[in-house]
Ligand binder design. Structure first.
Ligand code: UTP
Length: 299
């Protein structure tokens, strides 16, 4: 089965990034020269997704506008002798052919609720869910999402989740896999939300990418509000697993890494990673780092 639809929730309040997120959606924060969400859409495009349902909020409804062709700007750049800048616009990205649709989450009732808001546009089909504030940088073209879609198909799975290995002292920050084997692709016995290191079943943390059968929407409907009065996606996944759903995990490969804009530390680390990967910025970042280091030594 071809899975060509993704739900990308971008409606969160981003309170950990205030006051920044009063002015700019965290999903639009720059990573080197591009907004975060552009990386997400390009990653999905390369994995075969052709239609993306952006779950936005009334306050963030303009996010989708950043991914429209701007004919007036293109004309201006052509007429003022800057055709090379046209090359850098969203309209020139291969992913610009992505069909973008918007669903509005009117109340921020959590990630599970945001996914449920995409249900009617998903129209009974299996979907990829990709968090709009996380990028998976991958050296391979289709990346982890393509491997997840292939696995979903081959094993007639109901749930496939990407996992990243984290250091044991960080397991209490993430949903953690209870895997049935040590393989890089494994069946999932359970998910444990933010376990303490002493009881964690593994150090494999959920990495912002999922593939779901349409059953996820039934599970979300019967999921009660949990922590913070929110509908937690993890609770719906666990409900499905406990009712016998076929759940698989796929580990990120060597060279693949998840970047998270959710807090200032991880955003700063992400920005530096992408700036160092950009030939236009690499030397600037290195020089600024050296100068800041020597300035501190003289302070
Ligand atoms: P987070 O778990 O980081 O939550 O969302 P948040 O509410 O945005 O941020 P904080 O905790 O207040 O700082 C992960 C992804 O899910 C989306 C977010 O926009 C982000 O891309 N999300 C989260 C929604 O779309 N709706 C929600 O109700 C919650």
């Amino acid at each position: 089965m071809v899975i060509d639809t993704a739900i990308v929730p971008v409606a969160g309040l981003g309170t950990r990034l205030l006051p920044l997120t009063q002015a700019i959606a965290k999903e639009l924060l720059p990573l080197a020269g591009k907004p975060t969400l552009q990386y997400v859409l390009e990653e999905l495009w390369l994995s075969g997704v052709r239609r993306t349902i952006l779950v936005t909020s009334p306050a963030k409804s303009t996010i989708a506008d950043c991914f429209q062709q701007d004919a007036a700007l293109e004309r201006h750049l052509q007429e003022t002798g800057k055709p090379e800048l046209v090359e850098q616009l969203w309209s020139q990205s291969p992913a610009a052919a992505m069909q973008l649709e918007t669903a509005i989450q009117t109340e921020q009732l959590g990630l599970g609720h945001a996914v449920a808001v995409g249900e009617s546009l998903a129209a009974g089909q299996p979907v990829v869910v990709a968090l709009g504030d996380c990028v998976i940088d991958s050296p391979s073209r289709g990346g982890v999402v393509q491997r997840m879609i292939d696995l979903y198909d081959q094993h007639e799975a109901d749930i496939v989740i990407a996992f990243e290995s984290v250091s044991p002292d960080k397991v209490d920050r993430f949903g953690i896999a209870d895997p049935l084997s040590d393989d890089s692709v494994f069946q999932l016995a359970d998910l444990v939300e933010k376990p303490s290191p002493s009881v964690a079943p593994s150090n494999l943390a959920v990495a912002a990418r999922y593939v779901f059968s349409p059953q996820i929407f039934d599970a979300l409907r019967s999921t009660a509000r949990g922590k913070n009065n929110e509908i937690q996606l993890t609770d719906a996944i666990r409900q499905m697993i406990h009712s016998g759903a076929r759940a698989w995990g796929v580990q990120l490969e060597t060279g693949e890494r998840r970047f998270d804009m959710g807090n200032l530390e991880s955003y700063t680390e992400s920005f530096i990673h992408f700036a160092l990967a950009d030939p236009r910025l690499r030397e600037v970042v290195k020089r600024a780092g050296r100068e800041a280091g020597s300035q501190r030594e003289t302070d």
